[in-house]
Each structure stands twice: as structure tokens, then as C-alpha cells.
Design a protein around this ligand. Sequence first.
Ligand code: ADP
Ligand code: MG
Length: 306
Amino acid sequence: MDEFGIIRRFFTREPGAAGVVVGIGDDGAVVEPTPGLQQVQVIDTLVEGVHFPSNMPAADVGYRAVAVNLSDIASMGARPRWMTLALTLRDKDESWIEAFANGLFDAAGEYDVALIGGDTTRGDEVVASVHISGEVAADDVLLRSGARAGDMLYVTGTLGDAGAGLSLFEAGIPDEYLVTRFLKPAARIHEGLLLAGRARAAIDLSDGFVADLRKLLDAGGVGAEIDVGKLPLSDALCARFTDEEAMAFALTGGDDYELCFAAQPDDVSGVAGITAVGLVTDGPDLVCRRDGAVVDVDEGGYRHFR
Ligand code: ADP
Ligand code: MG
């Protein structure tokens, strides 16, 4: 099957999505933005062997390619609208492409984002770049900068599950909950929309809590005091790992795709599924405490080219 057959058969699905004037099939897509809103543009690339193991199920690769981008849209407080896909395929068979497309459209359907175009090429490994544009009111956009001393720091969901899930997946140990948290990250779009205009600063947790929190603090020129005893841990994580291991996954494990944000408590009261984990301080130190005592935390999140 040639490039055009692949596009037609696997990626052309949704005529008439909202705001799509021209979708897949012309030289470019034409969309109608919502008047008065600003656009947020994000792109993220998954490279086989770097961002996902070669044996990861194709449907999960497709899902993940969308979800990691949706997470960036969520951290900006935006609503996802349209996406494009640049897909490089090795010698993948049609069943792989079909499963990949199914996973991709699963994520797209869950979060109401339309695939409006892309590019399909052949290469030495699978590379999936997804670009998503979202919309947000100018006053509501959430930036990394903006945290001020006295703000509380919060996270959504639970931390460390995906890092633990990856280690189990690589070891071939089944664990429905933790492995799924790695394979199929949930984008916090709903929470991001609730926090838009209410939180002062936000970032999504892709490289690990400490590494990403550091970026939020640097962007705001502030520091923080974290009570690591308050980090939200899932029952599944605590059941399978020791306290120390669970804490290490929560602090430095990547791929959780939860949101970390700074806010005044009154501004985010009523937002479900968030946990206060510390306080923003006059910069620049990031101090972690457990039961009052300062603990050393390895900041080594995942970094490229290290
Ligand atoms: P061009 O040669 O003008 O760049 P292509 O032949 O690459 O156009 O693509 C034809 C159409 O198919 C375009 O609308 C493009 O956006 C779309 N497209 C190509 N690859 C994909 C893909 N993997 N997923 C979705 N749409 C795609
Ligand atoms: Mg092209």
C-alpha cells in the first residue's frame, strides 16, 4: 500500500468536525478559530526506541502520541481543537498501522480533537510527531511563569505510577493499573480547563516531578518547600513497591502527565482530584522535607543528550 492508500484507509475518518473547513485531502487544512480566543500550538515527537519501546502495542503508541500533546494543551489551560500527524514508518505491516490509528483516534475522540492533516514517510524507525492546536481566552492561559511566594503548590492525580509502570513493563511483570498508567497516560484536559484563569502557573509532569517543578520555579524566579509526605501515591504503587521506591518514582519518575500548578487556595477550591504538596517561597531554593527534616532529592529527570 502506498502513502496515499495508507492515508485514505487509516487516517481519513471524520468529515465535518467542528471548525474544520477543509480537512485531509488538500495541500493544507483550513480551520475556523473561535472569535476572540487565542491559540495554543504544541508538538511532541515519539521516536521508537527512545520514547517508547519497540514492543509497545501499536494502539498504545497511537494513543500516547496524542495524549502527550494533550497534556501540554492541558497545562496551558486550553481546549484542544485540531491536530496534524507526521508519521514515519519502517517496514510496519498494515495491522500495525491500523492498531496505531485506532489508538490515535481513541485519544482524539475522548478529548474531542480532530485530525485534519499530516505527512506520511518511510524511514529507519517509527517516528510519530503530533501537532495540536487548542484555544483559550487570553486572560485564562496558564503559563509556567507566574508563581509567587505564598502560593500553594498542587498536583493532579497520583505521582510515580508511570515510572513504576515502565519498569514493570520492561521487566515483563504484568500490573494492569501501573503499566496502563505508562502505556495510556490520561491527559488532564478537564482539570486544565477548570484551572484556566484560576491557577497562577502550571506545567505538566513529563520528565518527573522534581525536574518539572524546577522549571516552573525557574520561570517564576521563585523557590519552593515541598512536603514529600504529601505527594499523592496510588494504592497500586504502594502495594508493589517499598516506601523508598514509591517515593523515588513519585519524585523523579517521568511520564505521569499530571499537572503541577501554583495557586491561591481560594481560587482553586472545588477543583476535584488535586493535592497540595507545598508552598512557593522567595527563590530560588527547592527544599524537600519529610516529617520536617530536609531530604536530598536527585533532580535527575529524564533529559535528552545527556
Ligand atoms: P502534499 O504532497 O501536498 O504534502 P501529501 O500527499 O503529503 O500532500 O498528503 C495528502 C493529504 O493527506 C494532505 O491533506 C495531508 O495533510 C494528509 N496526510 C498525509 N499524511 C497524513 C497522516 N499520516 N495523517 C493524516 N493526514 C495525512
Ligand atoms: Mg507531504
